[in-house]
Design a protein around this ligand. Structure first.
Ligand code: PNS
Length: 161
């Protein structure tokens, strides 16, 4: 019986779609480690520390959900943490190619680590962090798409009243 699963991603910022997968994942596994990619070559709106802080704040009442940064290969992070399961959300056919490649590459790197895919709730099937940032930056509402705390952090970033 597996005790933990990793839910990796950039989370720049975490959306309600991510939150939905994490909460549903936590119904299946006693512990979910949300692994936040730290990639100096990828420019993000929120720093790694900020992205971690936001996710921790959202799940502060759920001890089964841990948040950690990772860099380098995901399978190495999984091995170092003694975890064999990776969870990824699969929103649409457009996600499939990239996710398929990544899952097979990870399997090739470490055959003991499995990727499990979960479908998002239908209401979040169109949602992505990049769209949230774009909509917010252009003055649109992201209510219902991100947690109120995320919205407040976006407001702070874009200094919008
Ligand atoms: O939220 P994202 O940006 O779709 O998440 C992508 C992520 C972080 C899961 C992926 O980029 C990743 O695992 N990066 C770590 C580097 C790695 O292990 N690469 C080889 C697997 S293809």
């Amino acid at each position: 019986m597996e005790k933990s699963a990793i839910y990796p991603g950039s989370f720049d910022p975490i959306t309600n779609g991510h939150e939905d997968i994490i909460r549903r994942g936590a119904n299946l596994f006693p512990r979910i480690v949300v692994a936040v990619l730290e990639n100096p070559r990828k420019e993000t709106l929120f720093s790694t520390a900020e992205r971690i802080d936001i996710i921790r704040e959202i799940f502060k009442d759920i001890p089964a959900i841990e948040v950690k940064a990772f860099h380098g290969l995901l399978v190495d992070f999984a091995r170092d943490n003694g975890i064999r399961i990776l969870i990824r959300g699969l929103r649409a056919v457009s996600d499939f190619e990239y996710e398929f490649q990544m899952a097979l590459m990870n399997l090739n790197l470490n055959a003991e680590i499995e990727t499990l895919f979960m479908m998002p709730s239908a209401k979040y099937a169109f949602l992505s962090s990049s769209l949230v940032k774009e909509v917010y930056r252009l003055g649109g509402s992201v209510e219902g798409l991100v947690a109120p705390y995320v919205e407040s952090r976006l407001r702070e970033k874009f200094r919008r009243g």
